[in-house]
Design a protein around this ligand. Structure first.
Ligand code: SAM
Length: 328
């Protein structure tokens, strides 16, 4: 839906009306695309026409600034205001591409206060761009209410798709991509976390979680307890200098990060679907179940830890879980 722009209105959201430098200059005839024989795919954004008024949801890089799309740059250059979480973070991206549109900070704790001003701007026919610090807005980031209110008020809402840690991690996980459930962040306390994991335990889809590196060892261990023997991947610092993806059974990953301690950087955990067990993990479970037929939990865990090289503590926890099933 395109809306006629009834002239500029004053805003109360901290943003300011666009400076003259954002007005789109008319292409001079000698430089126009058709004059130089290019009918489409113009990349010289100085001559791009002003986007339709509305709310633009612009994905930004999750590490590598070169991952921004040309469309995001075009629309951001023409924006009347860019609403973003931290103006210092977004400012770095904007400076890199010579974007001088005014920014207004829009984050969880000021959203209710700033939102009416953004809606008034939309009402006035402005181009409002929403950006997160990194990745796709609304994906574990602010924007959901703004989008809802903009839709309710009849404004145009347009996606500018691009990077998201969720999809980048899923792609490199090596796990099934045909069906997945994005679970966002789990609760920080173990009991609440396990409760939530139990709720999604039987979902026949790959599970994707955002997580803080500090909690990673404990979270993987809870996942191994509740979700059982499944293939998983820990994707860290995607698109950055220290990009790293570890793949393996949940139990082994839990064990590895318990030994190495919490890693640095940003993390996505991807876990294979219910009903699809990891071959290596299955080996551990098979060995444990066989050992539990004749040995105590402690002795079975010690024997299997010895054979597999996984720590006694991790195997013991798994043996306890399995023994509940076999001995109840
Ligand atoms: N909206 C963003 C998106 O689309 O990816 C996610 C925002 S959420 C507040 C931030 C979380 O995304 C981080 O805690 C981490 O779990 C994940 N993340 C962001 N950048 C990442 C990266 N480069 N590598 C791995 N995970 C990343």
């Amino acid at each position: 839906m395109t809306r006629r722009k009834p002239g500029k209105q004053k805003t109360d959201d901290g943003g300011s009306p666009p400076s003259p430098s954002h007005a789109q200059p008319k292409p001079s005839p000698e430089l126009s695309a058709s004059a130089i024989g290019v009918e489409s795919e113009r990349t010289d954004t100085r001559h791009a026409s002003k986007p339709a008024p509305g709310l633009y949801l612009a994905a930004t890089p999750i590490g590598n600034l070169a991952d921004v799309t040309m469309r995001v740059i075009d629309v951001a250059r023409a924006a009347d205001v860019i609403a973003c979480e931290d103006t210092r973070v977004t400012g770095r991206l904007l400076r890199r591409y010579g974007i001088t549109a005014p920014m207004v900070s829009y984050y969880e704790h000021n959203a209710a206060k700033v939102r009416p001003g953004l809606l008034r701007r939309l009402q006035g026919g402005d181009v409002v761009v929403l950006m997160s610090d990194a990745g796709t807005p609304l994906i574990s980031d602010p924007g959901y209410r703004l989008v809802g209110d903009a839709i309710d008020a009849g404004h145009g809402v347009f996606p500018l798709p691009g990077p998201s840690a969720l999809l980048a991690a899923l792609q490199v996980s090596g796990l099934p991509t045909d069906r997945f459930l994005f679970c966002g962040f789990l609760p920080s306390k173990s009991a609440a976390r396990k409760k939530q994991l139990a709720q999604i335990k039987d979902v026949p889809a790959t599970l994707v979680f955002y997580e803080s590196p500090r909690r990673l060892p404990a979270v993987l261990s809870d996942m191994a307890d509740v979700l059982g023997a499944r293939a998983a991947a820990v994707a860290r610092e995607l698109t950055k200098l220290h990009e790293d993806v570890r793949r393996g059974p949940l139990m082994q990953l839990a064990d590895a990060f318990q030994h190495s301690g919490p890693p640095k950087g940003e993390i996505v955990i991807v876990v294979g679907p219910a009903g699809q067990r990891d071959d290596d993990a299955e080996d551990v479970d098979t060995l444990l179940l066989r050992s539990l037929e004749t040995l105590s939990v402690r002795d079975a865990a010690a024997a299997v830890a010895d054979v597999t090289g996984i720590s006694k503590r991790t195997v013991y926890e798994r043996a306890l879980e399995l023994s509940k099933g076999t001995r109840s």
